[in-house]
Design a protein around this ligand. Sequence first.
Ligand code: L14
Length: 349
Amino acid sequence: MNQQDGFHVAVVGATGAVGQQMIQTLVNEKFPISKLTLLSSARSAGKRVEVNGQEITIEEAKPESFEGVDIALFSAGGGVSKELAPEAVKRGAIVVDNTSAFRMDADKPLVVPEVNELDLHQHNGIIANPNCSTIQMVVALEPIRQKYGLKKVIVSTYQAVSGAGASAVEELIEQTKSILNNETIEPQILPVKSDNNHYQIAFNAIPQIDKFQDNGYTFEEMKMINETKKIMHLPELQVSATCVRLPVAVGHSESVYFEIEAGDVSANDIKALLKDAPGVVLQDDPENQIYPMPANCVGKNDVFVGRIRKDIDEDRGFHMWVVSDNLLKGAAWNSVQIAERLVKLGLVK
Ligand code: L14
């Protein structure tokens, strides 16, 4: 491929759980690439990976790494993004950042293409990719907001360990084996590697994802609350969240309660709406025990919705169950999708 055939794309954090999926997704979606630069910390630099039959050596990410790069996808932690994303922009690249570093910055669009694609026009070089749990929820809620208005959302999540990285998946697997073999375990990563205490995740449920804030909510919960309002352009929306980690490798699930503005709406109305909604697959047939589950969504780009039903007491209240691959729509696919839309809108120089 030569220069006219595509863009010079860089993936920062190429060896991580999300970075690996970014590379795979670029290939699967046939993103027009003239050159692919893979960047990482010094620790992983020098590793070779095969992409589409071509061997690429991973390089250490430095400011100069972004010379000539058109599009840079970042997923190497907030610190790396804060340091290097502005350097990439300075060198003419457009950045799609999959960390929490810039999400709430007023001058940086926070984008889920099915919801607020047009916010991309406001970019100043950096576009933030929302939190995984937020993305799958707003894809399911946006069609409902459009047709019936949205007043309130209360979500409880059942999140996979891969959100915390490949080492957390390893911890789950090793711990499960140890417990089955009656061996002692030494949790070291979950719930949060840099926090003081680490707890068993195998055969358990941990009500902490990311660190606690002063208000008693975790950062993950506050991300869901603040990002949802920003993406949907609903500063007045009432949102609350409880985020829980389960011993699942890939695929976040969410129990979402929402209240709409309109009256006289049935569960079947909501189902009909979501059946044709972009990025949504409706799996809702209780009679035949059809509902979404993480094991069935791994490797898929869609957001799966089921268990749609009306609240028993609140006429404008509904419940639904939302599942998606947290590494794909929650991260890699949403980032590549943003890149695709940037190209389509003529926003990549
Ligand atoms: O904010 O530990 O993009 O599962 C989402 C996954 C933070 C960590 C983010 C996890 C990450 C979180």
